[in-house]
Design a protein around this ligand. Structure first.
Ligand SMILES: Cc1ncc(COP(=O)(O)O)c(C=O)c1O
Length: 486
C-alpha cells in the first residue's frame, strides 16, 4: 500500500509546533490527536520519515523520536522493510471524515496560536470609533422597531439602498434590487460558487489568488483553470486564451490590489477582459474587497464600469476598511441572480444580522473617507516592512505593492511550505505560496501581510531573520526543493 500523501499529513498537522516543549513531543501530541479523531485511520501507512521531516523543516531525528514515542504508546506500528503504519487493522471501520478546511489561512482562525505574530491573514485588528458610533445609531433605531421579524435574505432595505447609492456615486448606476447583503465577502464568494459552478465546471482563477475562493471552488469540485499572475500583473493573453479554449462557467479576479501580489489591472486591460467575457457569455466575479486600500491615488474604475451587470458580478465588503468582525459584505449582480442567491442564502441563515446591517448603512456613505485613512496607515506599515526586508533579507525578492495588505515574496532557495513551518516555530505565521495557488504552484513564494504596527513588524522581522538563518533550505535550498519534488 502506498503511504498517505505527505502534503495531506502536513495540512492535517496544521499548527502542530505552536506550544511549549520539545518538538518531537509537540509533533507526537498532534499525530496522536489525528489518530484519535480518525483523520489518520487505522491501517494508514505514514509518509517516509525523511520526506515528512523535510516538509516540516525539522531534523529527521525529531520525526523518528515522535514516531518512536507513538510506537511505544501503541498508536503506531513498524513493519519491517515497509514503513510505519497507524496501529489496528484497516477493517476496523471507515475513516472518520474530518470536515472543514485544513488551509493555513482558515487554521489561523480555527486554531489561533499563542504568541505568534500574525502575518498569514490581514485585516484591521480593532473596530474604529466610527463603528461604535454607527452601532449607537443602529441601537436607537432598533428601539423603535415594531412588527418586523428581522429576516432579510437579500439584505436590509436600508443597507441595500446605501450600497447601491455608493456604486451610483462612483459612476456605476445600481439599483437596490441589484445588491445582495452577505455575511462578509467570504459568504458572497461561497454563495456565488454554489450558484454559478457545478461539479466538473471549468472555473478560471489567477495563480496565485485569494485562497478563500479556492476552498469553496474545491468543495464544489470545480475544475480549476489557472491564468498566471505575478509582480508584472495578470498574464492577459493566457487569460483570454483560457476563456476561448476552456469555456469557463465563471472567472474570478481580484482586479484592484490583487491578493497576494498587490498589483492593479490597468483600464485598457479591464476593457479587454470584460469584452472577452461578454463575447463568450461568461460572468466575471470581480473581488473588490481590497480596492479601497490604495497607495497610488485613485485606482481605475471597477470592472463593472466596463460592461453589463449580467457579465460582471462585483463583491465588496467593509472588512478591510472598517473591521472584519462586523461581517458585512455584498454582491452587486443582476436582479435575477440576486433573487437566486437570496433563495440560497435564506436556506443558510434567513439573512444577515440586522444590527450589523443598520450600522453598516451608516458607514457605507463614509467609505471614501474610511478607505483613505486606512490606506494611509497601511502605506506606512508597507514602507516599513519593505525597508526592513531590503535591509535584513536582501536575498529575498519582492515588488512593493500598489495597495492592499500583502507582499508577495520570492525566497532565493528552499520552498515556501517548509520555510513557513520554520517561521511558525520562530513565532511568525505566514502563508506558503502553494496555499494560494490553484494547482499548488509558486512553491518558492510566501505571502507576508503588513497589517501590524511598525513595532510589531520590527519584532516579526527579527524573528523571520532568525527563522531564515535556522532554516536548512537557506543553505542547501536546491536539495530541499529537489527533495520535495521527488
Ligand atoms: C480578496 C479578498 N476577498 C475576500 C475576503 C473576505 O473578506 P470578508 O472578511 O469580508 O469575508 C478577503 C479577506 O481577506 C480578501 O482578501
Amino acid at each position: 500500500m502506498k503511504p498517505i500523501d505527505a502534503e495531506l499529513v502536513v495540512s492535517h498537522l496544521g499548527r502542530w509546533s505552536a506550544g511549549r516543549g520539545p518538538l518531537h513531543l509537540l509533533l507526537a501530541r498532534r499525530l496522536r490527536e489525528l489518530v484519535d479523531t480518525g483523520a489518520l485511520p487505522a491501517g494508514t501507512r505514514l509518509p517516509p520519515e525523511r520526506d515528512l521531516a523535510r516538509r516540516l523543516a525539522v531534523g529527521r531525528s525529531t520525526l523518528v523520536a515522535a514516531y518512536d514515542l507513538l510506537r511505544q504508546e501503541g498508536f503506531l506500528t513498524r513493519r519491517q522493510g515497509s514503513g510505519t503504519w497507524v496501529a489496528g487493522s484497516s477493517d476496523e471501520g471507515p475513516a472518520r471524515r474530518v470536515d472543514g478546511p485544513a488551509h493555513p489561512m482558515f487554521l489561523t482562525f480555527l486554531e489561533p496560536p499563542d504568541g505568534v505574530i500574525q502575518m498569514a491573514c490581514a485585516a484591521p485588528d480593532a473596530p474604529p470609533p466610527e463603528l461604535l458610533d454607527a452601532y449607537a445609531v443602529a441601537l436607537e433605531r432598533m428601539a423603535s422597531i415594531t412588527d418586523d421579524l428581522g429576516h432579510y435574505p437579500a439584505g436590509h432595505p436600508d443597507l441595500r439602498a446605501a450600497v447601491a447609492r455608493s456604486y451610483t456615486e462612483r459612476g456605476i448606476p445600481t439599483a437596490p434590487h441589484e445588491i445582495l447583503v452577505t455575511t462578509g465577502a467570504q459568504q458572497a464568494l461561497a454563495l456565488l460558487v454554489r450558484q454559478l459552478a457545478s461539479p466538473g465546471d471549468p472555473v478560471l482563477v489567477e495563480g496565485p489568488t485569494y485562497p478563500g475562493m479556492l476552498e469553496p471552488l474545491r468543495d464544489a469540485a470545480a475544475d480549476l483553470v489557472c491564468a498566471p499572475n505575478g509582480w508584472e500583473g495578470l498574464d492577459v493573453d493566457a487569460w483570454c486564451r483560457a476563456v476561448a479554449e476552456r469555456r469557463p462557467a465563471l472567472a474570478y479576479l481580484v482586479s484592484t490590489f490583487h491578493n497576494p501580489t498587490g498589483t492593479v489591472i490597468p483600464p485598457l486591460i479591464r476593457r479587454r477582459l470584460v469584452e472577452t467575457a461578454v463575447a463568450h457569455g461568461m460572468p466575471i466575479v470581480d473581488d473588490e474587497v481590497l480596492s479601497g486600500l490604495s497607495f497610488i491615488g485613485d485606482p481605475p474604475p471597477a470592472l463593472a464600469a466596463f460592461g453589463p451587470i449580467e457579465h460582471v458580478v462585483t463583491v465588496g465588503s467593509l472588512s478591510k476598511i472598517v473591521w472584519g468582525g462586523l461581517r458585512v459584505g455584498w454582491i452587486r449582480a443582476d436582479r435575477d441572480l440576486v433573487t437566486r442567491l437570496a433563495r440560497l442564502k435564506a436556506t443558510q441563515d434567513f439573512g444577515s444580522n440586522v444590527p450589523a446591517q443598520l450600522a453598516a448603512a451608516e458607514l457605507v456613505p463614509r467609505i471614501p473617507e474610511l478607505s483613505r485613512r486606512r490606506a494611509d496607515l497601511l502605506r506606512i506599515r508597507h514602507d516599513h516592512l519593505c525597508a526592513r526586508l531590503a535591509r535584513d533579507l536582501p536575498e529575498w525578492r519582492f515588488r512593493p505593492a500598489d495597495g492592499g495588505q500583502t507582499l508577495w515574496v520570492r525566497l532565493p532557495s528552499g520552498d515556501g511550505s517548509s520555510f513557513a513551518q520554520s517561521a511558525l516555530r520562530h513565532g511568525v505565521a505566514l502563508l506558503p505560496g502553494p496555499s494560494l495557488h490553484p494547482t499548488g504552484g509558486d512553491a518558492d513564494h510566501v505571502r507576508i501581510s503588513f497589517l501590524a504596527d511598525t513595532a510589531v513588524l520590527d519584532e516579526a522581522m527579527d524573528r523571520l531573520s532568525a527563522a531564515w538563518r535556522a532554516y536548512p533550505g537557506a543553505h542547501d535550498g536546491h536539495a530541499v526543493l529537489k527533495g520535495i519534488a521527488m
